[in-house]
Design a protein around this ligand. Structure first.
Ligand SMILES: NC(=O)c1ccc[n+]([C@@H]2O[C@H](COP(=O)([O-])OP(=O)(O)OC[C@H]3O[C@@H](n4cnc5c(N)ncnc54)[C@H](OP(=O)(O)O)[C@@H]3O)[C@@H](O)[C@H]2O)c1
Length: 80
């Protein structure tokens, strides 16, 4: 069985980048979500742009989910 692919939202940030590094060290394939993707491991993802959700999730087994930073009620954005 191949290793799972995990989408790390906030993966370019202070906390998410550490999560991504830890997952990679454990042998997991990581896809890093970013509004400004750079390099093969990144994919464009913006909570404010639902058109980016599908491509970011395609082929992903699970997600490390960082809700939109600074949002008091993220559910309406994150749930869909
Ligand atoms: N840092 C700490 O020590 C610490 C401690 C306790 C709790 N926290 C909490 O943990 C959370 C993350 O903190 P952090 O310090 O890791 O944040 P950060 O370094 O500011 O990183 C924010 C991340 O969110 C992404 N992001 C911002 N707007 C986005 C949007 N519209 N759509 C998709 N992604 C977006 C950024 O990606 P791009 O810019 O690449 O798009 C970046 O990866 C926050 O809620 C913070 O309060 C942090």
């Amino acid at each position: 069985m191949s290793e799972p692919t995990i989408l790390v939202t906030g993966g370019t940030g202070t906390t998410g980048s550490r999560v991504a590094a830890g997952l990679e060290a454990a042998g997991t394939t990581v896809r890093i979500a970013s509004r400004n993707p750079q390099g093969d491991k990144h994919i464009r993802f913006d909570w404010q742009d639902p058109e980016t959700y599908g491509p970011a999730l395609a082929g992903v087994d699970s997600i490390y989910l960082l809700p939109p930073v600074g949002t008091t009620d993220p559910a309406p954005i994150v749930a869909p």
